[in-house]
Design a protein. Structure first.
Length: 225
């Protein structure tokens, strides 16, 4: 049985938490991370995971890390554009082999090399992904809210950079917090729900009013998803 200690610096999220944060269905996430099998014409067929990262496949329940969480967002974006899972699997494998990185979709190098990789494995069916302007338009929203250190994603600002809410695997196991004080957003939002006073909540937790507002907006967005 793995403990939180083994996830220090990596972040730790349940399937349900990952679903709320990424707005991707739990079943989809589980299939992408753990693979799945099914019977067809009397034969059993297996579909492997889309990528093999830090997620603990043997864990019960399945657990995601920070980089797994971000990878889910990218895979979902490609699926929403009609790219099939077999193609995404091949792209992930080719990207790992050519770029030498464990999480290709959340790498800055993928922004420049990814369209060539898609072209190499997708053929004419996914030719639209080989167009530089379209490809960058697709992935830019997912990269713009992410901080990188030497090509590795280290922080995600879900409301946008410049706002207070951040997910940082080095802090609070990657749970959503306000940046300056490190207070979990759920705590600030719950306090505001009871008090309905930004000033009081800000004073209790020694944060700015902007941090309270951002935490409330973020948590309300999760509940509305």
């Amino acid at each position: 049985m793995e403990t939180k200690k083994s996830f220090l610096g990596k972040g730790i999220y349940s399937l349900q938490e990952a679903s709320l944060l990424t707005k991707v269905n739990v079943t989809r996430i589980r299939r992408w991370l753990a693979g799945y099998g099914y019977a067809y014409k009397g034969k059993h067929r297996d579909h492997p995971p889309v990528w093999r990262g830090q997620a603990r496949r043997q864990s019960r329940p399945l657990t995601l890390t920070f980089l797994d969480l971000l990878e889910v967002r990218f895979v979902d974006a490609f699926r929403n554009q009609g790219v099939s899972l077999p193609i995404i699997r091949k792209v992930a494998l080719k990207a790992r082999e050519e770029l030498g990185i464990e999480y290709p979709f959340v790498s800055l190098r993928f922004k420049t090399d990814g369209r060539q990789i898609f072209r190499g494995v997708g053929g004419t069916t996914y030719e639209f992904l080989s167009e530089q302007s379209y490809f960058e338009k697709l992935i830019q929203p997912f990269l713009s809210g992410v901080d990188f250190d030497q090509d590795v994603a280290i922080r995600w600002w879900p409301l946008a950079k410049g706002r207070q809410v951040v997910l940082d695997p080095e802090r609070c196991f990657g749970k959503p917090i306000v940046f300056d004080a490190g207070v979990p957003t759920v705590i600030l939002a719950q306090a505001y729900t009871v008090e309905h006073d930004e000033n009081s909540v800000a004073r209790w937790f020694k944060v700015g009013r902007a941090a309270v507002r951002d935490a409330v907006e973020f948590e309300e967005g999760l509940r509305a998803a």
